[in-house]
Design a protein around this ligand. Structure first.
Ligand code: AP5
Length: 217
């Protein structure tokens, strides 16, 4: 199964993706996570990309597609994979299509998580992430058991560098201008599934599962 988790910043792509990974046992490839890991390792590419993402701007296509091409060729992706945050431009979507055709694969579905803007801002402003294992929480909607401490590994929770009000605003603008046109792109190709993701994570996952059952048939 090859899936794209699609939606604006804060729609819950990472949250729902983690549940799909657990249930279906296929890897999730998050380009945002790859960039944050590369920056944390102080790699040249990682620092170059950080100059864009920390301000809420999209990282240039030529940097993104090379990383995704390498990652999907890894052996754990043979049975399928979930793309979280890729593609984000029409050019990236065309590249993905070409990549899949080269290897005789096809995209099974694009899950479009739809959330109202005030709720997106509320989610992003309250997000906390584990500095060690990357687990995601929300100060009110999905709090950790102990304040600022990860339930899974006991490390400190931090606020992402791009979850500042200025950066959130910029990310929402970038999404509308460069990424939202992909809704039409995938609608035309008959692989887009809209999911109302304004409710809590459990209720949204029930809807995600219903779509996945349909795709798997
Ligand atoms: P990326 O890491 O992909 O960020 P994003 O798309 O902005 O999405 P987020 O991770 O912010 O949100 P999400 O939808 O995963 O929501 P989450 O589950 O965490 O990318 C970061 C940056 O890297 C980009 O801005 C860009 O610069 C660059 N980049 C990445 N890919 C790129 C590409 N392909 N091309 C160019 N540049 C690229 O949930 C958010 C919060 O809400 C959490 O606190 C969570 O606990 C809470 N929550 C989740 N679901 C619910 C719910 N149902 N109800 C209540 N709370 C919820």
């Amino acid at each position: 199964m090859i899936l794209v988790l699609f939606g604006p910043p804060g729609a819950g792509k990472g949250t729902q993706g983690a549940r799909i990974v657990q249930q279906y046992g296929i890897p999730k490839i998050s380009t945002g996570e790859i960039f944050r890991d590369l920056a944390a390792a102080h790699s040249e590419l990682g620092l170059k990309a950080k100059a864009y993402w920390s301000q809420g701007k999209l990282v240039p296509d030529e940097i993104v597609v090379g990383l995704v091409r390498e990652r999907v060729a890894d052996p754990d992706c043979r049975r399928g994979f979930i793309l979280d945050g890729f593609p984000r431009t029409v050019s990236q979507a065309d590249t993905l299509q070409a990549m899949l055709e080269e290897t005789g694969k096809r995209l099974n579905g694009v899950l479009n998580l739809r959330v109202e803007e005030p709720e997106l801002i509320r989610r992003l402003s309250g997000r906390r992430t584990c500095s060690n294992c990357g687990a995601t929480y929300h100060t009110t909607a999905m709090p950790s058991r102990v304040d600022d401490i990860c339930d899974h590994c006991g490390n400190r929770l931090i606020q992402r560098a791009d979850d500042t009000p200025e950066s959130i605003h910029r990310r929402l603008v970038e999404y509308e201008e460069k990424t939202a046109p992909l809704i039409h792109y995938y609608e035309e190709r008959g692989v887009l599934y809209h999911i109302d993701a304004n409710e809590g994570p459990d209720a949204v996952y029930v809807k995600v599962q219903a779509v996945l059952r349909k795709i798997a048939c």
